[in-house]
Design a protein. Structure first.
Length: 145
């Protein structure tokens, strides 16, 4: 038989689904405990877990998976959020993931019918730049498990 793996640039938007959510939450918490870290799993449903809790985040748009650099942007934001909130790393990572997804949603909603990936990429960057705490608080779609 053949074995397939999914790397960092793979389209894994269906990696976490409503059907496998309980197992993926358990995996995220377990992996975080083993590594003594915070774990982020991104896709159509994002998970941010530590040993005790897991944020289930439902922000974003499908087109984000087709834009080179959104993962790198998220990594940079995670680093900045954790540096600014080192006393609460899990919440900081979850906030960064919510912000990135919400920026994608807002950017997508502003696109014209003749715009494509390059326009969406630039609009996401603009939405990150212009994001306020109020907009993030109102638009973040998450629950805790």
């Amino acid at each position: 038989g053949s074995t397939s793996t999914k790397g960092v640039d793979a389209n894994i938007s269906d990696f976490v689904t409503d059907e496998n959510l309980p197992e993926m939450i358990a995996f995220g918490k377990s992996f975080a405990k083993e590594r003594n870290s915070v774990v982020a799993i991104t896709g159509a449903i994002d998970l941010v877990a530590d040993r005790d809790k897991c944020f289930i985040i439902r922000n974003g748009c499908a087109e984000m998976a087709q834009i080179t650099g959104t993962g790198c942007q998220l990594s940079g934001m995670v680093a900045a959020f954790v540096a600014a909130n080192s006393h609460n790393k899990t919440d900081a990572v979850a906030a960064a993931v919510c912000l990135m997804g919400l920026a994608g949603e807002i950017a997508r909603s502003k696109m014209g019918c003749d715009e494509g990936n390059a326009s969406l990429r630039n609009r996401i960057i603009d939405e990150i730049c212009n994001m306020t705490g109020d907009v993030l608080d109102r638009g973040a779609k998450y629950e805790l498990a």
